[in-house]
Design a protein around this ligand. Structure first.
Ligand code: F6P
Length: 321
């Protein structure tokens, strides 16, 4: 069946660059004479019929804006059979022949249900700061998040050095240490705790005390939120070493702001590709980039555990300290 009208949604945690992806989807669709409906609040909006038809101006001047003009949500309703049924009914009622889904693991899992169980053509675009989607070197938003966290940590370094302190900085990443290791390496931080790697707090404290004796009096430890709570790590350091510590939790700051050129470019390329795939009759696929080449994988593969080079980078961080 030829595709005439597509829908686009963003779901899960917002990521900088999602707007650039929406823009590319909408403009590519128009250039191929397709109609586009924007679905608000992800799967929740699909269930509650929150849709509007896009015109050419709907996506003007959004390429540099963080967040998502479509808004986003984590939908518990869509996890149920009844929720999915209602979502599919909405698609039928609005004459939508295919969907572009922008988001992370949860979004893709929803897409797998839609295409496998309900026969809805779906293409996924990886939009998450976590960079935990398989089949792509980077996800849209990850580069911006690392740069945002880096800017904050560079500032923290000024006070760390001036006051000769130990700082524990918590960054995002519930299941994935990508932001933590990248930002630790880029900021010259002394240690990093990530969910993928067990850590020995006593060894870290021993290194700190030894460093202290050698005259190294400032120290930054980056903690991925999925590995530990910064407050607890800082308290443990003080208990073990008697050294004073301070804590900074960067939190959702990392999800906002204007996307970097890298994220805008990635979003533009993948947004255009997703629409072309739908036109070609593809479904249940995810688009990505590997070594600057477009890479298309099954949606189901994209949500399998992504092998990240965290160990190699961890060793490098320690060697350069
Ligand atoms: O998936 C992106 C992410 O920012 C994770 O790094 C973080 O654990 C989670 O979302 C936070 O989700 P919420 O904004 O719903 O608290």
């Amino acid at each position: 069946m030829a595709i005439r009208r597509i829908g686009v949604l963003t779901s899960g945690g917002d990521a900088p660059g999602m707007n650039a992806a929406i823009r590319a989807v909408v403009r590519t669709a128009f250039n191929n004479k397709l109609e586009v409906m924007g679905i608000s609040r992800g799967y929740e909006g699909l269930i509650n019929e929150e849709l509007k038809i896009f015109d050419h101006r709907s996506v003007s001047n959004i390429i540099g804006h963080g967040g998502t003009i479509l808004k986003t949500a984590r939908s518990a309703q869509f996890m149920t059979e009844e929720g999915q049924k209602r979502a599919v009914e909405t698609l039928k009622r609005f004459g939508i022949d295919g969907l572009v889904l922008i988001g992370g693991n949860g979004t893709y899992a929803g897409g797998v249900a839609l295409c496998k169980k309900w026969n809805v053509p779906c293409i996924g675009i990886p939009g998450t700061i976590d960079n935990d989607i398989n089949g792509t070197d980077s996800t849209i938003g990850a580069d911006t998040a690392v740069n945002t966290a880096l800017e904050a940590i560079d500032k923290i370094r000024d006070t760390v050095t001036s006051m000769e302190r130990i700082f524990v900085v918590e960054v995002m990443g519930r299941d994935c240490g990508y932001i933590a290791v990248r930002v630790a390496l880029a900021s010259g931080s002394e240690d990093v705790l990530i969910p993928e790697r067990s850590f020995d707090i006593h060894k870290m404290c021993h290194d700190m005390v030894e460093g202290n004796l050698r005259g190294k009096v400032s120290w930054i430890v980056i903690v991925a939120e999925g590995a530990a709570k910064a407050e607890i790590v800082a308290q443990q350091i003080t208990d073990i070493t008697s050294l004073e510590t301070r804590v900074a939790v960067l939190g959702h700051i990392q999800r906002g702001g204007s996307p970097t050129a890298k994220d805008r470019n990635l979003a533009s390329v993948l947004g255009a590709e997703a629409v072309k795939l739908l036109i070609r009759g593809e479904s249940c696929k995810a688009v990505g980039m590997i070594s600057d080449e477009i890479n298309v994988v099954d949606l189901e593969f994209a949500i399998t555990k992504k092998p990240l080079e965290t160990e190699r980078i961890y060793q490098l961080i320690k060697m350069l300290t």
